[in-house]
Ligand binder design. Structure first.
Ligand SMILES: Cc1cc2nc3c(=O)[nH]c(=O)nc-3n(C[C@H](O)[C@H](O)[C@H](O)COP(=O)(O)OP(=O)(O)OC[C@H]3O[C@@H](n4cnc5c(N)ncnc54)[C@H](O)[C@@H]3O)c2cc1C
Length: 424
């Protein structure tokens, strides 16, 4: 069955990348976005290989590298006074498999530039989906509040990429979003401060139950992401008032406000949650609408981008007549399993490493017991490939599995996008 249209609810990074993949393959796609613009609050910034692979398939990678950067320096773990606890040597990790850095706002702007050049993709701003209807067997429907009143939109499939508070997930499952919320709170800031002159390199974690933090270069021009632990339950203003003292405590050189330029500050609650299914009939869930994890280790959007890359292969397989609709049940099974068995435990462990007394951690935590391994470039290169297990190749589940591969589907997509652009 050729797909005549897919609707994506939510033009965040997951929704935009899915739209681009589908549009590149010649599938018409409508993005319904509640806001009047793309959300550039300081969230995702670092992408390991599974996410980079999907950005590459969407045709974004050369500009991601140009506008962002590829880390050249190993990450370190430090005490809050700056004492080095361990450093990971990434010198043997091939360039294209290293962490890529690009602030979410810039990734969204880039994706939007590409979408604007696709005649078969459209972002409809100020379209807030409020309810769904799948009583029709032949299509799915959503109702959106728009500047012209409530409007109904229909498509063969509707994908909820509408983030942590997903209306689509709530419409399917009510308030149930199984999992847990951490007792810890984080505050994410973007700041210009000369961390490099203190020898901390491009990325450092601070191990401390109260002042756990990430300090990482965000852009080549010296913008850093500083995310740190905070007391739960304060207002944004209270977090902002406490920020100078936090920076004095956690940043090298104990800077005062005159030493840096704060660009943004946003508090976030952190969760580990997974929806009970990522598919109900013609409705699908992906990325934060489907699952959440804490941001230490950069697995949130990474898992989301792998979801949408997988979902693209499933929908494209249906569109090309290479798969039937049951492949979407497999999408649900595989992506939930990847979250539950890899993303949730690994991201939880990433945060637990930071929440300890650093002296106890040095004695008892296997991460710090294995310091020789962290210093061994070949062992580190092997270690970082572990996260590739969150990937899955759905083209191998197509009917002609021996003849069809990701490369075939990529070639099809590229051929069609060239035709579309040629007709611009
Ligand atoms: C501090 C912090 C740092 C992070 N760092 C990383 C990192 O380095 N690497 C990483 O991989 N992940 C990271 N993450 C996680 C990452 O930011 C999220 O996983 C990602 O933004 C989720 O993308 P999304 O497209 O699913 O949802 P969102 O980005 O939340 O986008 C959802 C979109 O849907 C729209 N929407 C919502 N409701 C409706 C509706 N009813 N109708 C229409 N539109 C609607 C919203 O306006 C929004 O535009 C971080 C998160 C935080 C908080």
């Amino acid at each position: 069955m050729a797909i005549s249209k897919v609707i994506i609810v939510g033009a965040g990074p997951a929704g935009c990348v899915l739209a681009l993949l589908l549009a590149n393959a010649g599938i018409t796609v409508d993005l319904l976005e509640a806001s009047d613009k793309l959300d550039d609050s300081p969230r995702a910034s670092f992408y390991p290989w599974p996410a980079v692979r999907e950005l590459e398939r969407a045709g974004l990678l050369p500009e991601v590298r140009e506008r962002g950067y590829v880390v050249s320096d190993g990450v370190s773990w430090r005490k809050v006074d700056g004492t080095l606890m361990a450093r990971m040597d990434i010198s043997a990790v091939p360039f294209d498999r290293r962490l890529h850095g690009l602030p979410l706002g810039k990734l969204l702007a880039l994706t939007r530039e590409h979408l604007d050049r696709r005649p078969n993709a459209r972002i409809r701003y100020l379209h807030k989906v409020s309810r769904i209807d799948q009583s029709e067997k032949s299509c799915a429907r959503v109702f959106a509040d728009t500047p012209d009143g409530e409007q109904v939109f229909e498509a063969d499939y509707i994908v909820g990429c509408d983030g942590a508070n997903s209306t689509i997930r709530r419409a399917l499952f009510g308030e149930k979003f199984p999992g847990r919320t951490w007792d810890e709170q984080i505050v994410a800031t973007n700041v210009y401060y000369d961390v490099a002159k203190h020898g901390w390199g491009q990325g450092a974690f601070i191990v401390d139950p109260q002042h756990f933090a990430l300090v990482a270069l965000l852009q080549k021009d010296g913008l850093y992401r500083v995310s740190y632990g905070e007391k739960v339950g304060l207002t944004r203003e209270e977090y902002a008032a406490r920020q100078p003292e936090k920076f004095r405590t956690i940043l090298p050189g104990s800077p005062g406000p005159e030493d840096y330029k704060l660009v943004s500050l946003n508090p976030y609650k952190i969760h580990q949650r997974c929806a009970q299914s990522f598919r109900v009939g013609r409705f699908l869930l992906a990325a934060d609408a489907a699952h959440l994890c804490n941001p230490f280790g950069g697995l949130g959007l990474t898992g989301g981008l792998v979801d949408v890359g997988n979902l693209f292969d499933c929908l494209n397989g249906i569109h090309q007549g290479l798969a039937d609709d049951s492949i979407l049940d497999r999408y649900n099974e595989v992506r939930r399993e990847k979250y539950l068995t890899i993303i949730d435990p690994v991201s939880s462990q990433n945060l637990r490493h930071l929440l300890q007394d650093p002296d106890v951690a040095l004695k008892e935590d296997p991460l710090f017991q294995n310091m020789d391994m962290l210093k061994d470039p070949e062992a580190v290169a092997k270690l970082v490939t572990g996260i590739n297990d969150i990937m899955h190749d759905f083209t191998k589940e197509y009917k002609q599995s021996t003849e069809t591969s990701v490369e075939t589907s990529k070639t099809l997509a590229t051929a069609e996008v060239n035709m579309l652009l040629a007709s611009d």
